[in-house]
Design a protein around this ligand. Sequence first.
Ligand SMILES: [Zn+2]
Length: 477
Amino acid sequence: MRKLTLILLLSFSSFAFGDGLPDLGDVSQTVLTPIQERQIGQQSMLEIRYTRQLLDDAEISDYLNQLGYRLVGYSSEPSLEFEFFALNDFGVNAFALPGGFIGVNAGLLLTTQSESELASVLSHEIAHVTQHHLARMVASQKGDTLASMAAIAVAILAARSNSQASQAALASVQARAVQKQLDFTRIHEQEADRIGLDILQKADFNAHAMPEFLERLQRATRLLEGNAPNYLRTHPITSDRIADIENRVNKQPYRLMPDSLDFQLVRSKLIGAQKTTVDAISYFNDALTTHKHGNPIAQRYGLVNALLRNNEVERASQELEILRTQAHASPQSQNNAMLATLSGQVKRATKASDTLDYYRTAVRNFPRHRALIYDYVDLLLQSKQAEIAVKLLAEQVVRHPADTTLYNLQARSYNQLNKSFEQHQAQAYSYAWQGNLFAAIEQLELAKQAGGSFYQLSTVESDLRELHEMLGARAKK
Ligand SMILES: [Zn+2]
């Protein structure tokens, strides 16, 4: 198992909390080192996790990272580490934290009408990161501890997005200092547009998607009478800005990029999540029977999802068969992990006797698809096969050290094997990555009581020290 210290130390240890940020006063006030930026981003992420704003869906976050990294490859810093994540917020917004953490609201994902539009938003955010825009704002605030700088980062975002969830963070810093930051964003926006557009084009997306998306948002704003989508507040938009982008884009040929199936499946998932189960069923039914604009595979995927949620297993199973036939006829959907995951879920619901075999093969075909692995492990635990589960989870945790679902499954597996130490340790990591430091400490104390090897116990001790430091930092903010 990966030690908590290994992960968290990376983000916290090189700052001595008691002494504030070493050397920051000497740094030219507007520049942070890449490590400092990453640390501020990490700390901000803990805040976001703690306030439960993350959209807990591995398929959506894997999709965003896949698309995001494809774009990062064409940025000025192709080897920089990024993390793309979705927020459980149906307002339209996206933002970049220092250190490459890029958040996209569920509402923005739904508002984009093509994958190129979504890519245009991500490219713009990537440019904010590679140009260190927010980092420079945060640095100029001269925060004296890492935690307070992270608080400022979150607060700047809160002030500009007006999101209720992050209003609490705003209270912890001087409102006046934040207000000052609202003023010098136009230059940043133009720079992010220009660089973002360049990334978008190099990655072979449709460049026209950028002004089209912004125009649509602006039109929506006019209709809403000043009730601007948050995105327009965090990325102030003017007609000049749109005209500027259009000028650049107009020299480019219009290319129609087909959307990936994953983009459409993710959108279907979100459309369903936004509605009650019954409404979702009738929405997708209607879309399919009236041949509404959209991809019928994605629409049927949404329908099967909703039917499962509503426990209409038999109909879900029938619709899945149709979906399979359709998918088989289309090259890009023949080998799709999200469809394989849904098929498994239907199989489980129908209690088919070959379900375990199905998962064994599917996990072999898609060894990196976490949603599939969650379901497989759950099934393994139901069939009392915790040993296999533990092995599988260990591989995944290395790849996704902040995935709380993996830790929860680990805890369940160890519980089944009567390994108390490991159970509490895994539970502690789950809490720690949710930002629930008290609960994490409690679990580590329980692990200590359960007893373990010298190595295990010293790991717990150093994790405990780490967590207490983080608690101290949070209290100081
Ligand atoms: Zn922007």
